[in-house]
Write a protein that binds this ligand. Sequence first.
Ligand code: B4P
Length: 215
Amino acid sequence: MMEIALPSLGLEPQDFHLGVLQTYDPMRIVFLGPPGSGKGTQAQRLKDYLQIVHLSTGEMLRQAHEAGTTLGIEAARFMNAGQLVPDDMVVRIVADRIRENDCQRGCLFDGFPRTVPQAQALDQLLTQRGTPLNLVIALEVSEPLLVERLLARGRADDDQQTIRERFRQYSRQTQPLLDYYASRGVLARIVAEGCPDDVFEQIRAAVETAAGAPK
Ligand code: B4P
């Protein structure tokens, strides 16, 4: 990690740690967690902090639907039923996106991978590029609090029945990834029940540890 001393130029407080702006070697970081755990919320903050690409598969699929593409229309059928979009569709859009130049400066994967085959595909894509994953951040929130957050958010896929199905899919298909990444030594578990600032502070500390920086 390099440290660049900068005068205050209207940056946010989280841009500074001990009075210096932190810059890191390019990192590849995954955000993992149940629906409503704050993956999108925290990935956006970390993107601003690290100035790297934020790649949200949920957002990409919603944009594809809004644009009326065949993939987007097909994906929406699964999303609105609370199911995961098939692996091959999701892997294809991620593979295309990470080939773009801006991803060479690091990348935050928000909500991807969500299944073991997706994780294996990501490992393969990153290994081919010689840029393995640095860190997987698992956000942990109790189910009643998740339901409260999702009902308050009120997106098209946030009704009671769909939420129940999304939790079922999460425990069956995504939870096994916790062991998958723990065994590779890249998993950081974060209790994400506090306010967004407190959660971000824990994430920032985990990133610094993964980057090899002093705390
Ligand atoms: P996503 O778009 O990834 O969304 P999510 O899991 O529902 O929510 P997230 O965890 O990002 O929560 P958020 O920050 O918004 O997935 C949607 C769907 O897309 C999936 O169900 C699936 O069908 C499909 N999909 C996406 N990726 C896929 C993949 N790889 N494979 C297959 N299918 C895929 O936070 C939720 C709410 O809580 C917000 O209102 C926020 O303001 C609030 N909040 C967040 N943090 C808070 C905090 N600390 N305190 C209080 N409120 C907080």
